[in-house]
Design a protein around this ligand. Structure first.
Ligand SMILES: Cc1cc2nc3c(=O)[nH]c(=O)nc-3n(C[C@H](O)[C@H](O)[C@H](O)COP(=O)(O)OP(=O)(O)OC[C@H]3O[C@@H](n4cnc5c(N)ncnc54)[C@H](O)[C@@H]3O)c2cc1C
Length: 418
């Protein structure tokens, strides 16, 4: 997506992000561990300062087997939000419930969210907002599995037991896993038509980019609409992957020569790569990545309002234009250089974040995974919950049954949505 954006193409529907309710939130610091247990030596070596949001997903199967979500009062809070399904409620309901627990104390979520835009959760607590989040920053909840039989953990959930140990230093047989709703799937991406051919928009019309296709996580084929169903991504890959292969098969012949390319093609990418490799700024990549993560979690998460999103646009633009050019990369080697890979990933993610926040700010309704506290209704050209007879069709400008396109300017200073 970042490559397409840098090439001047728009991205489509970037505001629609599916959250998974239980991403591992934090590697425990020694003083946060209720059992005084040290992190594993392995974990300490990778995350010496502890870690915010590894994002590694804890499968919903863990709640399927009887895992329960807990707040700081030790309450199994899902009973309040989904009395029948409880912890097995759908992803968006559980994600919202966790977020409310963390922000708990006010039913006026809009007011609370606009405060959160300016304060950390710890500061909120000092201002006597009650958060039912857990941990040092009160910014996550627990997923408890230790009430389950050891045999169930061993036979049914061995993978997540291992992940919890490696990424959070948690022994699931004895203690809960710190979790937080985590960005899981992006319904948006590079705009394409139904044949997966990449599109842009010129003079108010769709125009095709010859010889460029996109499919999968990077594309916005729009088959998922505003919220994807589980399993649909792999189907998309197979169906449209084959469609692309068939088209290319029709368009080309074995041995056919590619048109000559300009001699300077790719130079820009090499320059960017070199500038990153020898970056001598002041900000460590890991530090900026964490700030980006927290900014997105705070300003463009499960619940969204105008104030929060506008603040998000400002914050992410500041990180992108001021801090990102000021990163430092200490390792200049070209073999297994994870620092350099992380720096390049950060540049790409930051660009995707820019598109996401601006697109979310722009869409003044709630639809699918895009949930606005200040515009709770979905606004179509008709009100489909009522008989259509007698209804006046809303004009294009008055409804939101349309796609969002965002462009990032070459200098990255601005993103526009239309
Ligand atoms: C934990 C988890 C569970 C999921 N569960 C399901 C599920 O149950 N059902 C379902 O349908 N979907 C599921 N998904 C979503 C689904 O797996 C993804 O949408 C799908 O795998 C995306 O495929 P892709 O080929 O588009 O991207 P990827 O699988 O990410 O492949 C992209 C490839 O491009 C490579 N690459 C990246 N940059 C470059 C570069 N510059 N040059 C060359 N190569 C590059 C990468 O190394 C990678 O191999 C899940 C996703 C996750 C993370």
């Amino acid at each position: 997506m970042a490559m397409a954006s840098r090439a001047g193409l728009p991205l489509e529907d970037m505001e629609f992000i599916q959250f998974h309710p239980t991403g591992i939130c934090a590697a425990k610091k020694e003083n946060e561990n209720p059992h005084g247990q040290m992190l594993s030596a392995f974990n300490q070596s990778i995350f010496p300062l502890g870690m915010y949001g590894s994002g590694i997903l804890i499968t919903e199967g863990s709640r399927g087997e009887g895992g329960r979500l807990l707040n700081s009062k030790g309450e199994f809070f899902m009973e309040r939000y989904a009395p029948i399904a409880k912890d097995l409620a759908s992803r968006d309901i559980v994600s919202k419930a966790i977020t409310i627990e963390i922000f708990e104390g006010s039913t006026d979520l809009t007011k609370l969210l606009s405060c959160i835009a300016w304060n950390t959760l710890v500061q909120l607590r000092e201002k006597s907002f009650i958060t039912l989040g857990v941990g040092h920053k009160k910014d996550h909840v627990y997923l408890q599995l230790h009430h389950l039989p050891v045999e169930t953990l061993r036979t049914k959930l061995p993978g997540i037991s291992h992940l919890a140990w490696v990424f959070a230093g948690v022994n699931v047989k004895k203690e809960p896993i710190p979790v937080i709703p985590t960005m899981h799937y992006n319904m948006g991406g590079v705009p394409t038509n139904w044949r997966a051919q990449v599109l842009t928009r010129e003079n108010e019309e769709d125009s095709m980019i010859e010889g460029l296709w996109a499919v999968g996580e990077t594309a916005c084929l729009s088959v998922h609409g505003a919220n994807r169903l589980g399993a649909n991504s792999l189907l998309e890959l197979m169906v449209f992957g084959k469609a692309i292969a068939d088209q290319i098969d029709c368009m080309t012949r074995p041995g056919e020569r590619h048109e000559d390319l300009p001699a300077t093609i790719g130079e820009e990418s090499i320059c960017r790569f070199d500038a990153t490799r020898y970056a001598k700024g002041c900000i460590p990549v890991a530090e900026l990545r964490e700030e980006m993560q927290q900014t997105m979690q705070k300003f463009c998460s499960v619940f969204r309002t105008c104030d929060v999103l506008q603040r998000g646009c400002r914050e992410i633009t500041r990180l992108y234009t001021c801090d990102l050019p000021d990163i430092c990369v200490q390792d200049q080697s070209l073999i297994w250089n994870t620092e350099l890979v992380e720096a390049i990933e950060l540049q790409n993610m930051m660009l995707a974040c820019m598109h996401t926040v601006y697109a979310a700010e722009n869409r003044k309704e709630s639809r699918g995974s895009h949930s606005r506290e200040d515009f709770k209704e979905r606004i179509d050209e008709y009100d489909y919950s009522k008989p259509l007879e007698g209804q006046k069709k809303r004009s294009f400008a008055e409804h939101w049954r349309k796609h969002t396109l965002t462009w990032a300017r070459a200098d990255g200073s601005n993103c526009f949505a239309c």
